[in-house]
Design a protein around this ligand. Structure first.
Ligand code: MG
Length: 330
């Protein structure tokens, strides 16, 4: 196998405030070439702040064929792309549609009329990042639930505690509670306390799933698993999730459009195969970064991705025109 990289930077679409410039996140596009001549593309976009090995270390290790969970999965994605390209086929499944949720990173930034506009565009599920200001977030949840036109996903990124979380839920109007589809990573995973949390509301596991021994012997304390195909073992997680009758929500990793396309292709395939077990996806994260030529090439209609041009995950011309540097693997 030969590896080639093309570094990129994603600039956040909004600055945290007037004094702070837009934040920039870095990753590499990865081109993998197999001895049989097949070539596939993927994205490597670590989140060191969430515990990933930093990008440079992952690349050094990849050079020596020492794989991390992320590079292992990157090769899995590249191989799917390579096989489809070799057959001159798109990886994007047809005949199936899957909605994506609309992500709101900071509820305090919700503008007047913004919810009406989101509803008009066809979104029916909102995902709110929580944990910044619980009082404000309770108010927003009650306000949105009162509208009656959105389902809610709340993501705490494990920033609360069991006590704070219980208090948060107790402040939500009884009639608003059914609006909450699930709460993601309310606080750090611990089998018993998550089991208690599940009595209050449906619980989804995302980053906290690394603390789980993902197997068929012990049922995880959650109702939904968040599956990020560019960084998690898709086949293993789907098998275990179906075994325990957990629902699956596929999301992007807030990464490059190349990673996003891999995620939505997997999401559509899983929806086709395991329909009632696969929930709305969370792959529409492109608008959180400044538009680039890749993002511009992703066809989106409201909450849906449409089939892109080209083979594999698409972007044929853009990928061909990147400058690629070989990683020294023999
Ligand atoms: Mg999450």
């Amino acid at each position: 196998m030969k590896f080639f990289v093309s570094p990129y930077h994603l600039k956040s679409a909004t600055s945290p405030n007037a004094q702070t410039p837009a934040t920039t996140r870095s990753g590499v596009l990865l081109k993998v070439q197999w001895p049989n001549g097949k070539v596939g593309y993927t994205d490597l976009h670590p989140w060191p702040e969430m515990g990933d090995q930093p990008l440079n270390e992952q690349l050094m290790n990849l050079q020596k064929l020492r794989l991390t969970p992320q590079t292992e999965q990157a090769i899995w994605c590249a191989k799917r792309d390579a096989n489809a390209r070799a057959e001159k086929k798109s990886l994007f499944p047809t005949g199936i549609q899957l909605r994506n949720n609309y992500l709101i990173e900071n509820v305090a930034s919700l503008g007047v009329g913004e919810l009406d506009e989101i509803a008009q565009r066809g979104f029916t599920t909102l995902k709110l990042k929580c944990g910044r200001d619980l009082e404000e977030e309770v108010k927003v949840v009650n306000r949105i639930a009162g509208r009656g036109d959105f389902r809610l996903r709340l993501d705490f990124n494990a920033t609360a505690t069991p006590a704070l979380f219980e208090k948060f839920i107790s402040q939500i109007n009884k009639q608003s509670l059914p609006t909450i589809e699930y709460v993601e990573d309310p606080f750090p995973y611990e089998h018993e306390s998550w089991r208690e949390a599940r009595k209050l509301v449906r619980i989804a596991i995302d980053f906290e799933s690394r603390k789980l021994d993902w197997n068929k012997t012990q049922r995880p304390s959650c109702d939904v698993v968040i599956l990020k195909p560019v960084r998690m073992d898709v086949e293993k997680i789907v098998e275990v999730a179906l075994h325990w009758r957990l629902k699956i929500a596929v999301t992007s990793a807030m990464d490059h459009p190349v990673g996003v396309m891999h995620a939505i292709c997997v999401a559509l395939e899983l929806k086709k195969k395991h329909d009632p077990h696969v929930l709305e996806a969370g792959c529409l994260t492109l608008r959180h970064y400044q538009m680039d030529s890749f993002a511009a090439a992703v066809p989106v209609q409201g909450p849906f991705f449409m089939k892109p041009m080209g083979f594999g995950i698409g972007f044929d011309d853009l990928l061909a025109s990147q400058s690629w540097t070989a990683l020294g693997v023999s």
